[in-house]
Design a protein around this ligand. Structure first.
Ligand code: PLP
Length: 235
């Protein structure tokens, strides 16, 4: 378990960064939510931030929800999935989450919808867009995103309530700004066609580049290392 005081101090620092970025562009800090990216963190570490009042976590791997579920299930929080989702994990992940942020292909959406219909459940999804167009990244290409949204809207028991992107990794966050602009413009285009709700979420910005993302309209920043420290994948 990481040092509690350090994590709480890091959390306060993130609140200040979010607030300052909002002030810079005249936004309300209440309009930007913090999602804790909890991959590789154990349940006791996650509880530190939940006990501090945080309400939204995201995991990248289905197995991490499975492993931590018993210890976290009594918290009244929202749980998102933010990693690459294989279709054979759909049945498992819908036990845990209220939203899947990483839907990027029609076959995944169809199988997800069919499974939810059979279980009489509904969940929210975001469409993940590969705004940096790197081959290694998941996400639908920006030029195909509207068509994918049109196809998915027709499916029962899933509701598209947001768009998500990871953005180009770069030393200078300014170099990632164009990715966030692509996502915002896509949102505006889809809203103009009545494909997305007016309060559509924009999940973009991480530890390194959340200010730029907020300046471009982010409504959810996903933060891991700036709160929990560097990840230890060897655990
Ligand atoms: C790990 C992760 C984050 C958080 O990254 P940090 O740089 O540690 O803040 C955000 N989004 C996704 C999809 C992630 O996998």
């Amino acid at each position: 378990m990481e040092n509690k005081a350090v994590i709480l101090e890091n959390l306060r620092h993130i609140y200040a960064r979010i607030e300052n970025a909002c002030i810079k562009v005249g936004r309300n800090k209440e309009d930007v939510r913090l999602l804790l990216a909890t991959k590789t963190q154990d349940a006791d570490t996650i509880k530190i931030v939940l006990d501090a009042g945080e309400k939204l976590i995201g995991e990248n791997k289905v197995q991490e929800y499975t492993e931590k579920w018993e210890e976290l299930k009594d918290y009244n929080i929202e749980r998102h999935f933010i990693g690459h989702l294989q279709t054979n994990k759909i049945k498992e992940i819908i036990k845990y989450v209220t939203c899947i942020e990483s839907v990027d292909r029609i076959d995944l959406a169809q199988k997800l919808s069919a499974k939810l219909v059979s279980e009489n459940k509904t969940i929210e999804i975001y469409i993940e867009v590969n705004t940096s167009e790197e081959d290694s990244k998941s996400g639908v290409a920006p030029e195909n995103a509207i068509e994918l949204i049109q196809q998915i809207i027709a499916l029962p028991n899933i509701q598209i309530t947001g768009l998500m992107t990871i953005g180009k990794p770069s030393e200078n966050p300014e170099d990632t700004r164009f990715c966030f602009q692509i996502l915002r413009k896509l949102k505006e285009e889809a809203q103009a066609q009545n494909l997305l709700p007016q309060n559509c979420a924009l999940s973009m910005g991480m530890s390194h580049d959340l200010e730029v993302a907020i300046e471009e309209g982010s409504t959810i920043v996903r933060v891991g290392s700036a709160i929990f420290g560097n990840r230890n994948y060897a655990r």
